[in-house]
Each structure stands twice: as C-alpha cells, then as structure tokens.
Design a protein around this ligand. Sequence first.
Ligand SMILES: Nc1ncnc2c1ncn2[C@@H]1O[C@H](COP(=O)(O)OP(=O)(O)OP(=O)(O)O)[C@@H](O)[C@H]1O
Ligand SMILES: Nc1ccn([C@@H]2O[C@H](COP(=O)(O)O)[C@@H](O)[C@H]2O)c(=O)n1
Length: 224
Amino acid sequence: MNPVIVAIDGPSGTGKSSTSRAVAAELGLSYLDTGAQYRAITWWMLSNGVDVNDPGAVADAVDKPVIVSGTDPGKPAISVDGLDASGPIRSQEVTAAVSAVSAVPEVRARMVAYQRSTTAAAPGGIVVEGRDIGITVLPTATVKIFLTASAEARAARRSGELNGALSVAETQDALIRRDAADSGRKTSPLAKADDAIEVDTTTLTLEQVVERVVALVEEKRASR
Ligand SMILES: Nc1ncnc2c1ncn2[C@@H]1O[C@H](COP(=O)(O)OP(=O)(O)OP(=O)(O)O)[C@@H](O)[C@H]1O
Ligand SMILES: Nc1ccn([C@@H]2O[C@H](COP(=O)(O)O)[C@@H](O)[C@H]2O)c(=O)n1
C-alpha cells in the first residue's frame, strides 16, 4: 500500500507545527517543517549580506546554502552549512524578512524540489506542513488539512511564546502582515486546496485538534 502523506497548511500561528509533530508522532510518520526551510535560507541571506528585498540578489545566491532538515517529529532539526540553525531561524529579524525571500520563484523551486524528494524518501509516510503543500508541493497527498484560527487567538498564542517581547496587538499586526504577503505573492501563495478539510482551531485545545486530524487520517487509511 502507498505510504500515507498528510499535507497541513494554514496561516501563521494556527497550530500547524504543534499539530503536525503530534500527529506524526502518534501515527509513526516522519515530519517535515517547510517553514523552517524558508526561514533557514532567509537566515543565510541575512548572515551573508544579501539584500533580502532584492529578488535578483536572492535568486543569484539561492544555490549557495546547504540546508538539511531532520524528519523525526520528536526531534525537529535544521542545519545550514553544517550549523544548527534551529535557534536563529526563529529570530524577529528572520520572521520579518522571510515572506520577501519565500516569494522569490527560484527560492520556491529549490525548496519544493527538496520537499518532494524528502517525502519520496520517507517510506512509512510523512506529515508535511507549510503554506502551499496541498496545492503545489504534494497535490496528490492522501489527506489535506487547512488549519485556521481567529487573528486574536493566534496573536494570544504567539505573544505567550515571545515572553512579552511584543504586545498582543503588535504580534497580531505582524501576523496579519505576514499572512497578507504570503497570500498575495504570485508564485504558490498561501491558499486552501479545494479538497482540503478546514479545521478551525480557535476554540479547540491542541489535543482536540490532534485528535481530529488523527481521526481524519485513520478514516482515509481505512477507506483505501
Ligand atoms: N489549539 C491550540 N490551542 C492553543 N494553543 C495552541 C493550539 N495550537 C497551537 N498552539 C500554540 O500556539 C503557538 C503557535 O503554534 P504553532 O507554532 O504550532 O503554529 P504554526 O501554525 O506552526 O505557526 P507558524 O506558521 O507561525 O510557524 C504555539 O505556542 C502552540 O503551542
Ligand atoms: N510552504 C511554505 C512554508 C513557509 N513559507 C514561508 O515561510 C514563512 C515562515 O513559515 P513558518 O511556518 O515557520 O511561520 C512563512 O511566513 C512563508 O513566508 C512558505 O512560503 N511556504
């Protein structure tokens, strides 16, 4: 039987990473965080003096960094040129620049090829999370989920994580700006696939979301 491939997309802060890791762990699947890859290439561009607002300069440098993603849901890992990048890719500087870098078509082409080869190399199946997985990266995924949540709920969740570095209102503005950039770009924008199942997480606990997604995957597995 073909391996189970689960695509989880949605706007920022809807719970994609937390849900995807827990679902993969529960079902014994691999896990791929594609947002971490776009963050990693952005971190490399910033660290190497590339103007992230110049698409030509970003495209010229696209093949230079060596980015390697781990696929163990219990131990998410990402390295750039052999260095652990899991901390620096979460900085505010990277978060503010990532939408500009990820809009560059050459960046997307490189990342999508890597995401597809990682999926093909996961014999037991995989959960892949991002913005364009269901439509562009893995259009034949076994199950497609699109997570949503109100802007207020997402901002409250995120600002709790940032230990007060930004107010809830500032966090909400930043999330809305990033979603607008990600939804508005020409190449492979953030969007829900027609055959994706939408799960609104606003009033659900993480455990409830995981339970729902696991049930949807099990249902699909049983009907194959
Ligand atoms: N259903 C939920 N209820 C409450 N908090 C949640 C829920 N799901 C996730 N969270 C919390 O919200 C925060 C954001 O979750 P997570 O990083 O999984 O979202 P994301 O969609 O991957 O975000 P981004 O796209 O910005 O990387 C985390 O602190 C997480 O623990
Ligand atoms: N499939 C994807 C995944 C992510 N992006 C871009 O990366 C940014 C960071 O993603 P996080 O999930 O870590 O917040 C996101 O804002 C997008 O710009 C993407 O383009 N495609």
